[in-house]
Design a protein around this ligand. Sequence first.
Ligand code: ADP
Ligand code: ADP
Ligand code: MG
Length: 471
Amino acid sequence: MIKKVLIANRGEIAVRIVRACAEMGIRSVAIYTEPDRYALHVKRADEAYSLGEDPLKGYLDPNRIVNLALETGCDAIHPGYGFLSENAKFARLCEEQGVTFIGPKASVISGMGDKTQARDSMRAAGVPITPGSDGNLADVDEALELAEQIGYPIMIKATSGGGGRGIRRCDTPQELQQQYPRVISEATKAFGSAEVFMEKCIVNPRHIEVQILADSQGNVIHLYERDCSIQRRNQKLIEIAPSPQLTPEQRQYIGGLAVKAAQAVDYENAGTVEFLLSGNEVYFMEMNTRVQVEHTITEQITGVDIVREQLRIASGLPLSYRQQDISYRGFALQFRINAEDPKNDFLPSFGRISHYYAPGGPGVRVDTAIYTGYEIPPYYDSMCLKLVVWALTWDEVVARGKRALDDMRLHGIKTTANYYQQILSHPDFERAVFDTSFVPSHPELMEYSEKRHPSEMALAIAAAIAAHTGW
Ligand code: ADP
Ligand code: ADP
Ligand code: MG
């Protein structure tokens, strides 16, 4: 069994990994850059090491991190999500230096990280893929010609893309001509690769993804699906497990496809196979070769601790479960509480958290690294808290979500929490009928009045009195 893990990440996922290590008797090592000196993962890990002044460089420096792991006697590195988690060079460096990378082999990461290569593997394995280009596009002329064959609308996507960036929909040749260079420049800036490819745009699909676990003995199981159709600009906001919109036959079919996809590439460790669903059609979209932000909801419905399984698999142990041991119960929702202002085009809202009271009560889980007095640094992701609720039925879980969002007090920054209340109260959400067009087709949900904290009210009143009296 692994004895000591370096966590190559920050924020809530680093804390999540520290917790799993603590429960398994594994020592944890945090890394941080100076803006994170007072971050929770630094306080909670058994040891913590600074990687310098620059906010980002340390977290993105494979050599530095692997050397630190060796110097501090770690036998494994957990990359979390984002940062180096899908960086094949990093995984390879770990392999070469004899430190266990908690994830699949470097060759699998690079094969799946390249979305056109992933499409090739899936086509060969008999997993249905979205109609689109064979490999990358050479130039805009090839794109225009292919789009005529496939039929508009189409999507231009960055081959190395992730996090919802580097994806543009084009409805006409004119739009394609405009968007093509934009995706290339976005891809070059964000992912260091100018490669792009084309997919048919599946109009108003549902995003359904399947959680996979695979061990080094070749056992592969799935932990059912998540519905991540509530998205803004291709980024997930609220995730749901299981999908309230699948028939038992669809559920079984998609679970089977995901296992087949993982087997086809000799997958090892935790991973997610993402699909688009339109009517009865299912298309493979991509595979994420890491733990996902929304792994929590799968944990709530199945009872499986996914990070624990990751650590066991990386230690060479077989899966703790066979497929027939996995069942699910009830529904879980996850709200990504982002430090953003929905009323101002979701502009990031960093700053000091003046008050934070965690929601609680039955069926509530919070994964976060924030605390009262914590200052959210402007250099990282705006997601600052994951609120997860569980209940036996759909109606109950929606009611519980509303109640838990209402329980939470998070002041000093703007967040997406009140916006999520609006979504939960929409009749279509309440009756569980939605697809990826839900958020863009309901701009009116961003019109709500802010509830204000009593101390903010007091300040506002004091300021008004002061202005009035000339004090
Ligand atoms: P998930 O698929 O786990 O829900 P996201 O797609 O939201 O997660 O990505 C998780 C984090 O990783 C986000 O901070 C996102 O910006 C980042 N991320 C994902 N893929 C990439 C990538 N290819 N390059 C850089 N950052 C990425
Ligand atoms: P990322 O790596 O950034 O997560 P994905 O390929 O998973 O990118 O796509 C992110 C989201 O973009 C999907 O969940 C979906 O909403 C939308 N999307 C991607 N490809 C298509 C497509 N071919 N048709 C319609 N929507 C798509
Ligand atoms: Mg994706």
